[in-house]
Ligand binder design. Structure first.
Ligand code: NAD
Length: 502
């Protein structure tokens, strides 16, 4: 692919460039090179994408359950046999190391596998003879055209949190991927076609705010599933809800790991490294704060520090794989660097400094070294706001209650973890903490496909989490039918009273 190639939309089963002359550069973050341009859709292309999805819905929702299931099984097989190719695409535009890209695909594939068994999850319910001679049953039907808007940090997995479930339930999908790395979405669209999905059922609409607003404001889009930063998630939630749409909008995070003195500190140090610096900290479930009881803080910091010195930062596509790759863009690198400077000014101690980090032969890459900050003041913006980079902050606390209170006072509620060997403490933590996903000696507690994913507070606007049974509830609408097949011998005659079960 040359750096002049333009990534188009996927509409009606083919690549479609449309008339938009508005382009945005796509970078390889490891080299800093522009590797492609993506066309940012105009209103005309947005309308064409939605119209095609509307047509696709008509056909797809008429498919039998068995026929839909066959297509999803095909997709699963194709994805499984070609996932290495998808991992390369992810790494090239995102920067994460190849094994991490494979991990992202594996977690997305779990949802595809959940969707393979969808008939059981969209079955309705039947009550025979609810009243004499009357049966009541409920059926679950698809919504129609559903919009998915995804962030840069999981270009394959986050769309896969939603589209397998949405499609299985009989909807058609318009996916608006991040303009920073749109190729994974286009690759997945072509895979669906190969799997036998009718044209128009899976559409990729590239673009920026205009495309997002096009989905939010279209009366032909029934629901919006969004994942991204909190301010945009809030905007999406409010706008979609005002337009009468069903909406789930997942936002940012600031995840804490609480370490009690009885924990195995080597295990804690390993997990803090994995969860703090993996994917260069660009994960919504990354750990960004370690709450350490003061009596063990020095010892833990030494252990984390010595492990950081062994980490290798480099090009994620390198066959001799580094531990972490670059950040997504130069602008994001400067933002992360700015937070470290703010923390320092506010009184944090910079134990390991990843600013001005360079990687051999990659002078223009967006690299930021693993950074460790001690004594982070909890009123610093570097503590209260999401950094989304390889920056781990230590906050020293005196006891368990102080840790729980600190976590609960935060604006976000995505994930958190406790490390301890005390079952009673872990149980209290699980009960008292105001966070949607909790790890007990597990640092990144992303639920498996048959449970649902989602945080509390500013990490999720809306009622429905992603995937699992909540995913199927989100992408279906229930109808209740009350039916009586009259036995002419038992005609009830006229009765103007409200129907009662007598
Ligand atoms: P982002 O909010 O900048 O972008 C997300 C999507 O919204 C993109 O498709 C983008 O094109 C679109 N968008 C951006 N600005 C917009 C605007 N003004 N109006 C309408 N649409 C707009 O997020 P990002 O930088 O791509 O991703 C990182 C963020 O996503 C982090 O905050 C991270 O925590 C969050 N995230 C959350 C979860 C979760 O499950 N809660 C998962 C992954 C990422």
């Amino acid at each position: 692919m040359s750096n002049n190639s333009v990534l188009a939309n996927w509409i009606d089963g083919k690549l479609s460039l449309g008339a938009s002359k508005n382009l945005s550069s796509v970078y390889n973050p490891a080299t800093g090179e522009v590797i492609a341009q993506v066309a940012l859709s105009s209103q005309e292309e947005i309308d064409a994408a939605i119209a095609s999805a509307k047509k696709g819905f008509k056909e797809w929702s008429g498919y039998s359950i068995a026929k839909r299931q066959a297509v999803i099984f095909n997709f699963r097989e194709l994805l499984n046999s070609r996932k290495e190719k998808l991992a390369e695409i992810i790494t090239r535009e995102h920067g994460k190391v190849l094994s991490d890209a494979m991990g992202e695909i594996a977690r997305g594939q779990e949802i595809v596998e959940l969707a393979c068994g969808f008939p059981h999850l969209i079955k309705g319910a039947f009550s025979e003879n609810a009243s004499t001679g009357i049966d009541v049953y409920s059926i679950k039907q698809p919504l129609g055209v559903v919009g998915i808007i995804s962030p840069f940090n999981f270009p394959a997995m986050v769309p896969m949190w939603f589209f397998p479930v949405a499609l299985a339930a009989g909807n058609s999908v318009v996916l608006k991927p991040s303009e920073k790395n749109p190729s994974a979405a286009l690759w997945l669209a072509q895979l669906w076609q190969e799997a036998g999905l009718p044209d128009g059922v899976f559409t990729v609409l590239n673009g920026d705010k205009l495309a997002v607003d096009g989905l939010l404001n279209s009366p032909d889009v029934a629901s919006i599933s969004f994942v991204g930063s909190t301010p945009i998630a809030k905007y999406i939630y409010e706008t979609a809800a005002a337009n009468g749409k069903r909406v789930q909008a997942l936002g940012g995070a600031k995840n804490h790991m609480l370490v009690l003195p009885d924990a195995d500190l080597d295990l804690v140090a390993d997990q803090a490294i994995n969860a703090g610096y993996g994917a260069a900290g660009e994960r919504c479930m990354a750990i960004s704060v370690v709450l350490a009881i003061d009596t063990i803080a020095d010892k833990l910091i030494e252990k984390i520090k010595s492990r950081i010195s062994q980490l290798r930062v480099g090009n994620g596509a390198d066959k001799q794989e580094p531990d972490l790759g670059p950040l997504i863009s130069q602008a994001h690198l400067e933002k992360v660097s700015g937070y470290v400077t703010i923390a320092e000014k506010d009184g944090a101690k910079v134990v390991v400094d990843g600013r001005n980090y360079s990687v051999e032969n990659h002078q223009n890459g967006f690299f930021f070294g693993p950074t460790l900050l001690d004594q982070m003041p909890t009123d610093s913006k570097a503590y209260t706001e999401e950094i989304f980079g390889p920056v781990l902050s230590i906050v020293r606390i005196n006891n368990f209650d102080e840790g729980v209170a600190l976590i609960n006072s935060g604006a976000f509620g995505n994930g958190t973890a406790i490390f301890t060997n005390d079952g009673g403490a872990a149980r209290r933590f699980q009960n008292e903490i105001q966070v949607g996903m909790i790890g007990i000696n597990v640092p990144i507690p992303v639920p498996v496909a048959y449970h649902s994913f989602g945080g509390w507070k500013n990490s999720l606007f809306g009622d429905a989490k992603a995937y699992g049974t909540q995913g199927f509830d989100f992408f279906t609408r229930e109808k209740a039918v009350t039916s009586r097949w009259l036995d002419p011998a038992q005609h009830g005659g006229i009765n103007l009273g409200f129907p009662q079960n007598d």
